[in-house]
Design a protein around this ligand. Structure first.
Ligand SMILES: Nc1ncnc2c1ncn2[C@@H]1O[C@H](COP(=O)(O)OP(=O)(O)OP(=O)(O)O)[C@@H](O)[C@H]1O
Ligand SMILES: [Mg+2]
Length: 219
């Protein structure tokens, strides 16, 4: 059995701003394997979100090929195989935090009882039990981000893609969140790819992908 979760070759993505083409990503060859811990760093506009969206199958490349050998076809990645934390707020406004976090489980056929138990468990692990019954509009930016992280982790997907998941947290809170997340994943083969501007967070990851002007450098 292959342990290659994502195999991307020569990936390019060109957006159009009016009639002007914008090369957001050029010639990116990447692979993500079982158990990988990867930080994606680089300046604003460098292409981090663009690359994460391709890795998660949310968007398709204009150049190159991408496949998910161990995870399945693009249309079936989320939410069972891939958990995604969006850079912009993405909780459903009419559902409570608990209901938002249960959703991936209900979509993959869990019973409502099992979904509730598991959602409460991950909320407690992330220190969010007290906000379980709140609506997104009642949350701070940092609380909403952590709830979105809980939603990505709840189903124990094999690949988690997190786009600036701590952008709205103060530094100690961000570090504590990663203490918990890395501990939760420590005995699993789940791969984690995190885009971040926080270099202290990036230091915790053994592999760094640097993106500037859409070009990738791996270290
Ligand atoms: N939907 C879009 N339409 C047009 N241009 C876009 C679109 N999304 C991104 N871009 C452009 O593509 C380039 C890469 O953007 P991207 O969001 O991937 O960068 P980023 O590294 O995630 O930046 P940040 O650190 O600010 O989140 C930028 O020049 C951006 O303006
Ligand atoms: Mg981004």
């Amino acid at each position: 059995m292959t342990d290659t979760f994502v195999d991307g070759r020569g990936l390019g993505r060109i957006y159009h701003r009016g009639t002007l083409p914008v090369a957001a990503l050029t010639g990116a060859t990447v692979s993500v394997r079982s158990g990988d811990r990867i930080a994606v760093v680089g300046p604003s506009g460098g292409g981090k979100s663009t690359l994460l969206q391709l890795l998660g199958g949310l968007d398709a490349p204009d150049e190159g090929q991408i496949a998910w050998p161990a995870l399945g076809p693009r249309g079936q990645l989320r939410p069972r195989q891939v958990g995604y934390v969006f850079q912009t707020p993405s909780l459903l406004e009419s559902l409570t935090v608990l209901e938002n976090v249960e959703l991936p489980l209900l979509l993959t056929g869990e019973t409502s009882e099992a979904a509730r138990v598991r959602a409460r468990e991950i909320l407690a692990e992330l220190g969010l039990a007290a906000i379980a019954e709140k609506l997104p509009a009642e949350l701070s930016g940092g609380q909403a981000q952590r709830a979105a992280v809980a939603r990505a982790f709840v189903g124990k997907p094999r690949l988690i893609l997190a786009d600036e998941p701590t952008g709205q947290l103060d530094h100690p809170t961000a570090q504590r969140l990663f203490d918990v997340l890395l501990a939760l994943l420590s005995k699993t083969d789940t791969a984690l790819v995190v885009a971040t501007h926080d270099l202290a967070i990036a230091q915790r990851f053994p592999v760094k992908w640097r993106l500037a002007h859409g070009r990738l450098e791996v270290s």
